[in-house]
Design a binder for this molecule. Structure first.
Ligand SMILES: [Zn+2]
Length: 109
């Protein structure tokens, strides 16, 4: 599992772009060059959106439990492209409460 934030998305955008477009056409190569010229340690999501042309590369992520969108989520099972899940902090807190309030169910007879 790992934490995904707007900053981690920004820092990894070039790596993800290269993975998505391993043989870029001229336009995508140009986008990559512009991304590489950006200081991703300080870039805002809007800066990345302006270069790529959409906001899907650095954006709030939907929690798979409550379906709300968050800047920061925990990614679970990240090695699986199709079975990865995103969980927000409030749902993780609810999960911890469940373990606590229903702990008697955790012990077998
Ligand atoms: Zn949630």
């Amino acid at each position: 599992m790992r934490l995904i934030t707007l900053r981690t998305q920004a820092l990894e955008v070039i790596q993800r772009w290269k993975k998505q477009y391993p043989n870029p056409d001229r336009e995508r190569a140009e986008v990559q060059k512009k991304l590489e010229a950006l200081d991703l340690t300080t870039a805002l999501p809007k800066d990345i959106e302006n270069i790529i042309g959409n906001n899907s590369w650095c954006c709030k992520i939907e929690c798979d439990e409550c379906n709300e969108y968050f800047d920061n989520v925990l990614q679970i099972n990240e090695k699986s492209e199709y079975h990865t899940r995103y969980i927000c902090l409030q749902c993780i807190k609810k999960a911890l409460e469940l373990f606590e309030t229903e702990k008697e169910k955790c012990h077998y007879l």
